[in-house]
Design a protein around this ligand. Structure first.
Ligand SMILES: Cc1cc2nc3c(=O)[nH]c(=O)nc-3n(C[C@H](O)[C@H](O)[C@H](O)COP(=O)(O)OP(=O)(O)OC[C@H]3O[C@@H](n4cnc5c(N)ncnc54)[C@H](O)[C@@H]3O)c2cc1C
Ligand code: SF4
Length: 416
């Protein structure tokens, strides 16, 4: 089933007000909770807490909420109009959203507690791009991937020019490459990756779309030195790799081929090998893990300080939007239990569909086999813009696809 396409079909057509629950205004004496970071984890937690009647202060470093959805994921994948509508539907009068407020610069966990917040939820994500660790990388023209994406998405700034090289093979690398491809002044875009294309962790559809747009992928190479003249980036010296045995990640490992070094001309180098949390503003007594994330109790999401919870990419490292939303909801449930003096344990409830929908009777039409539909895509010739690339299926296709569903829920919800 193309569940994602069907969900998107509905979300594109139905205003969020249809499913936004009514909110009771919080009592002036209701407990205050602070949420730091307005990405999917922070927004989900703030929303859930607001529905439970808490007064939520939502503090965000950037000039608008949304986290990576707003500042990193490009508009040709996630149009801003729909995103803004969804975020607005999560906010309400019980949530006091304060943008341009950075933990460690404008406030601390202690000041939040002094202001009467009875619990603090940290959801600052993983925003620090890892460095290459090679000679010369501090030169002008070398840009961390997240900084490059934020500059364009939040401020409309173009940091790329000429021949652009991207180092990395994940979604950040492909997003940076496809954004660079769309910017004026960019002549070519090449992604340099240390394994083969098959091992790239980016979504296969993103890689294929990037290739169709004209992005080149140079596989089995690793940077050894960033080259510059007069403080200005001129290129990168790479070494070729060859694949070896399968490692603990389940992928083929690699080793450098002696004597295979070569130079590539690069005017802008975007480093998108991975991200990690920026814990500079987080008090030292909150324990870190050896991966540079914040340590929490898996079940309660409590950090090593009482009353301070954390979840999302800040705890897991780079993951997905849906995992961050789930973590934010779980954090809200734990904070509610904490403030009511209850055991910090997750009660697993099976949630059945609340509405009974009559099953569609499938009609066998000779020779017609309904297959999983492919979404239409914007023509490659129109892709020098930030217009959405993957388009919505039409109503007939959506109806046909929905009728292929086996309705597993009827096992539980069919009225006798
Ligand atoms: C380029 C890119 C593409 C991606 N594509 C996909 C995709 O297609 N599908 C998918 O499911 N996932 C994707 N992801 C991953 C997904 O975006 C993240 O897993 C998710 O956003 C994590 O949610 P979060 O709320 O934990 O953190 P974030 O979304 O990172 O939000 C954290 C928020 O905290 C704020 N913040 C940070 N530090 C501070 C501070 N000191 N004080 C106050 N506020 C602070 C940040 O500004 C941000 O708004 C992508 C990620 C990137 C980088
Ligand atoms: S109800 Fe069953 S068949 Fe339908 S989408 Fe869910 S899992 Fe698939």
């Amino acid at each position: 089933m193309a569940v994602r396409s069907l969900k998107r079909f509905v979300v594109d057509r139905v205003d969020p007000s249809v499913w936004t629950p009514a909110v009771q205004p919080a009592d002036q004496n209701a407990p205050k909770v602070a949420v730091v970071g307005a990405g999917p984890a922070g927004l989900a937690a703030a929303h859930e807490l607001s529905l439970k009647g808490y007064r939520v202060t939502l503090l965000e470093k950037e000039n608008r909420p949304g986290g990576m959805l707003t500042c990193a994921i490009p508009a040709y994948r996630l149009p801003r109009e729909g995103l803004t509508r969804e975020i607005d539907a999560l906010l309400n009068e019980n949530i006091d959203l304060r943008c341009n407020q950075q933990l460690g610069r404008d406030f601390t966990i202690e000041t939040l507690q002094e202001q009467g917040h009875r619990a603090v939820f940290l959801a600052m994500g993983s925003h620090q791009s890892r460095r290459l660790g090679v000679t010369g990388e501090d030169v002008k023209g070398v840009i961390p991937g997240i900084e490059f994406l934020k500059a364009y998405n939040l401020h409309g700034e173009n940091l790329a020019a000429g021949h652009v090289g991207i180092v990395g093979g994940g979604n950040s690398a492909m997003d940076a490459a496809r954004v660079a491809f769309r910017l004026p002044g960019v002549e070519s875009v090449t992604v340099f990756y240390r394994r083969t294309r098959e091992e790239m962790p980016a979504y296969a559809e993103e890689i294929e779309a990037g290739l169709a747009e004209g992005i080149k992928i140079e596989a089995l190479v690793a940077p050894v030195e960033v080259l510059s003249q007069g403080g200005k980036l001129t290129g990168v010296r790479f070494i070729r790799n060859e694949l070896t045995e399968i490692d603990e990640s389940g992928r083929r490992s690699f080793k450098a081929v002696t004597g295979s070094e070569f130079e590539a001309r690069v005017d802008t180098l975007i480093v998108a090998i991975s991200e990690q949390p920026d814990l500079a503003g987080v008090a030292e007594d909150l324990q870190r893990t050896r991966w540079g994330t914040l340590a929490v109790n898996d079940e309660s999401l409590l950090t090593t300080r009482n009353g301070v919870f954390a979840a999302g990419d800040l705890v897991t490292g780079p993951a997905t939007v849906i995992e961050a939303v789930a973590a934010g909801k779980k954090a809200a449930a734990m904070i509610d239990r904490y403030l009511n003096g209850r055991l910090l344990k997750e009660l697993r409830k099976v949630r059945l569909p609340s509405v009974y929908i009559e099953p569609v009777t499938a009609e066998d039409e000779d020779g017609v086999v309904a297959e999983r539909p492919e979404s239409p895509h914007l023509a490659v010739s129109c892709r020098k813009s930030f217009d959405e690339v993957e388009l919505c299926i039409d109503e007939a296709t959506a109806r046909c696809e929905a009728s292929r569903c086996l309705r597993c829920d009827l096992e539980f919800t069919h009225p006798e």
